[in-house]
Design a protein around this ligand. Structure first.
Ligand SMILES: [Zn+2]
Length: 89
């Protein structure tokens, strides 16, 4: 993760431990993804329970880099207002 935004120079390291709170934004993302993937695997593919849990764990593990970045992005947007003209200042 970069220290500053390359466009508007927003400091991404606001304070130590700032992104610990991003757990609260990435958790709902994981829950929604788990529900959707579970529906897909159990209803559409009619997967056995043992294979279902293994497949779900692998899929969620592989999606972690995306989920973490999305959660952090939502978290920082709660505290820092987006300014479309910041580049021109
Ligand atoms: Zn920026």
């Amino acid at each position: 993760m970069p220290d500053h935004c390359p466009v508007c120079h927003q400091d991404f390291k606001i304070e130590p431990g700032f992104y610990i709170g991003a757990l609260w934004t990435s958790f709902p993302i994981v829950i929604i993804l788990m529900a959707l993937i579970s529906l897909l695997l159990l209803v559409y593919f009619k997967m056995e329970m043992n294979w279902f849990f293994v497949t779900l764990a692998i899929i969620l593990f592989l999606l972690q880099p995306i989920i973490i970045r999305l959660g952090r992005s939502i978290w920082i947007h709660l505290f820092v207002a987006y300014d479309p003209d910041a580049e021109n200042k």
